[in-house]
Design a protein around this ligand. Structure first.
Ligand SMILES: C=C(O[C@@H]1C=C(C(=O)O)C=C[C@H]1O)C(=O)O
Length: 358
C-alpha cells in the first residue's frame, strides 16, 4: 500500500490551526441531547461532530443505538452549527443509510476492522463515494490487519483516508480500558507518515481523569488530532458513561494540551540534541552487546539441560528474576510495566535459544 499526501486532502483542506478535534456523544440518544451537545461544542475547538447511531455491544439486550432515526439529527447539527458530522458504519446497510443522510465522514469500528469480510463489504459498498473514511484499530494488536482495512478501502477507490487509534483489548490492562501500545502507532507513522492518525483517548482511558495525559502523549508523537466522547450529561449517558466528558471539560483539555512543533532548527537545540543522540547510540550498542552475552549464557545453560534431560522452563528461577528486576528497576525510576515487558521478551528469547540447542 502506498499512502500519499492526496490521501489526507480532507484534513489538509480544513487548514486547521490546531490538531483536528472530533467530539460528540458515544451514542446519539435523543434529538435534544444531540443538538444541545453540538451547540456547546460549536464554541470549542471541535471541527467534526461524532455520534454513534448503531452501537456494537458485547452482549445483546443493552442499548444498541437509536438507528436510522438519529441520522436526521446529525443533519440538523450540520445545518445549525456548520460542523461536519461523522458516525460509525458496521455493514452495508449502515453505509447506505449514512450516505442517504449525507454524513460527511464515516468510520469503521474496532470490532469491524478485525473482520476482513466485513471491511471488504463496506469498501465495496463505498465504491465511487468521495468521502473520508477512517479505520479504527482492530481490538487485537495487529498492525497488518489494521492497515489491511485501509488497503481494502483504498483498493475500492476511496482516496480520503485516516486511522483512529483506540487502544487494544488485553487481559491485564493496568489503568487503561484498552492498552495504547504506542509502539504500534509509532510503527504505523514510520511506514505511512502521510496517513492521518487520530487518537481516541476515551476508549484507551475508559475514564475521564487520564484523557488529558494520554492526549498529550499523542501530541508528543505527532498525531493529527483526537476523537473524544463528549456528552451534555456524561453520568447519565446511555453508553460509556464513565469515559465521557462535558463540552466544558473538552474545552479545558484542548486548552491545556501543548502542541509541539515538528522540529526546530535552533542551533543550540540541534547541538544538544545531536550530543544526546550520540550518547543514546552508544548505550543502544551496549544494550545489544549485553543481550548477546546474556543469550550466549542461556545457550550454555540450554546445553547443560539438554545433556541432563532437564526442562527448559524453570518457573521459580524466572519468577525470582522478574521480581528482583522489577524491584531494581523501580528503585531507578523505571516502571513495573516497562521492566516486565522487557524481561518477558528476554525470557521468551532465552527459552527459544535453549530450545534450539542440539
Ligand atoms: C536460563 C534458564 O532457563 C530459563 C530462562 C531463564 C532466563 O533467561 O533467565 C530463567 C529461567 C528459565 O525459565 C535457567 O534455567 O536459568
Amino acid at each position: 500500500m502506498e499512502i500519499k499526501k492526496e490521501n489526507r486532502r480532507w484534513l489538509d483542506a480544513m487548514n486547521l490551526a490546531h490538531p483536528i478535534v472530533i467530539a460528540g456523544p458515544c451514542s446519539a440518544e435523543t434529538e435534544e441531547q444531540v443538538l444541545k451537545t453540538a451547540h456547546l461544542l460549536k464554541d470549542t475547538d471541535t471541527n467534526v461532530f461524532r455520534a454513534g447511531i448503531w452501537k456494537p455491544r458485547t452482549r445483546p439486550g443493552g442499548f444498541e443505538g437509536v438507528g436510522e432515526k438519529g441520522l436526521p439529527w446529525l443533519q440538523k447539527v450540520k445545518e445549525e452549527t456548520g460542523m461536519l458530522v461523522t458516525t460509525e458504519v458496521g455493514n452495508t446497510d449502515h453505509v447506505e443509510k449514512a450516505l442517504k443522510h449525507d454524513i460527511d465522514i464515516l468510520w469503521i469500528g474496532a470490532r469491524t476492522t478485525v473482520n476482513p469480510f466485513a471491511v471488504q463489504e463496506i469498501a465495496d459498498s463505498l465504491k465511487g463515494v468521495d468521502k473520508p473514511v477512517l479505520v479504527k484499530n482492530p481490538v487485537n494488536p495487529d498492525l497488518p490487519l489494521w492497515l489491511g482495512g485501509v488497503e481494502r478501502l483504498q483498493s475500492a477507490g476511496i482516496s480520503q483516508l485516516g486511522v483512529i487509534h483506540r487502544g487494544f483489548s488485553a487481559y491485564n490492562t493496568m489503568h487503561y480500558r484498552n492498552k495504547p501500545k504506542w509502539h504500534i502507532a509509532i510503527e504505523l507513522k514510520k511506514e505511512f507518515p502521510d496517513l492521518p492518525l487520530i487518537l481516541d483517548p476515551s476508549h484507551i482511558c475508559g475514564r475521564r481523569d487520564t484523557i488529558l495525559d494520554v492526549s498529550q502523549t499523542a501530541l508528543d508523537l505527532n498525531y493529527d488530532g483526537f476523537m473524544i466522547e463528549t456528552h451534555i450529561d456524561p453520568d447519565n449517558a446511555w453508553s460509556d458513561a464513565k469515559q465521557q466528558i462535558t463540552p466544558a471539560q473538552l474545552n479545558q483539555i484542548t486548552q491545556d494540551l501543548r502542541i509541539r512543533q515538528k522540529n526546530s532548527t535552533a542551533e543550540e537545540f540541534q547541538r544538544k540534541l545531536n550530543m544526546h543522540r550520540k550518547e543514546l547510540d552508544l548505550i543502544d550498542s551496549n544494550i545489544i552487546d549485553i543481550l548477546s552475552d546474556r543469550m550466549g549464557i542461556a545457550k550454555a545453560i540450554g546445553k547443560l539441560k539438554h545433556d541432563e534431560n532437564v526442562a527448559i522452563l524453570q518457573s521459580g528461577r524466572w519468577a525470582d528474576i522478574l521480581n528482583k528486576m522489577v524491584e531494581d528497576g523501580q528503585s531507578k525510576g523505571l516502571s513495573k510495566e516497562f521492566i516486565e515487558e522487557i524481561f518477558k521478551a528476554i525470557h521468551v528469547e532465552s527459552i527459544n535459544i535453549q530450545h534450539n540447542v542440539k
